[in-house]
Design a protein around this ligand. Structure first.
Ligand code: FES
Length: 146
């Protein structure tokens, strides 16, 4: 019987089991793989969409044209008074997770790939384009459709 199985047999489960297991193991790198990544307050949604509340401090910068945030490896930018754009942070050139929003377009600093706000490549490094996501603003909630 493993240590984990033994602790489960004592009736421990969830966070309690994880805490006891990690403390007993003395593992400095103990990771609870069952836990979801922590998202900032103001983040909601489901498997098909991400909902960002732009009235919260985590996302209020999206109320200003030219700003962007990165949530769950998606770069979400305010591209005009009325429009947003969202693309994956993973560059299509060599897969580096470095894409961000700069000067009205998406950019990867690794080798200089450039993409327009719809994900279309703007130079040879960005020629494959990049996955983009539809967005919709309702009130102060910005939906990103995954
Ligand atoms: S990995 Fe992004 S430009 Fe090469």
């Amino acid at each position: 019987m493993s240590r984990m199985e033994f602790l489960k047999s004592l009736g421990l489960k969830g966070a309690s089991l994880f805490a006891v297991y990690c403390a007993a193991s003395g593992l400095s790198s103990c990771v609870n793989e069952s836990m979801e990544p922590t998202l900032p307050p103001g983040t909601g949604g489901n498997a098909n969409e991400l909902n960002l509340d732009l009235s919260t401090s985590a996302y209020s910068k999206l109320n200003t044209v030219g700003n962007y945030v990165i949530v769950n490896s998606i770069v979400i930018a305010r591209v005009s008074q009325t429009d947003f754009a969202a693309v994956t942070q993973v560059c299509s050139h060599e897969g580096r997770k470095k894409v961000y929003f700069k000067n009205g377009e998406f950019y990867c600093p690794e080798h200089g790939a450039r993409f327009d706000t719809s994900g279309k490549g703007l130079n040879s490094k960005g020629s494959k384009g990049i996955k983009n996501y539809a967005t919709e603003l309702t009130g102060t909630t910005l939906k990103v459709f995954l």
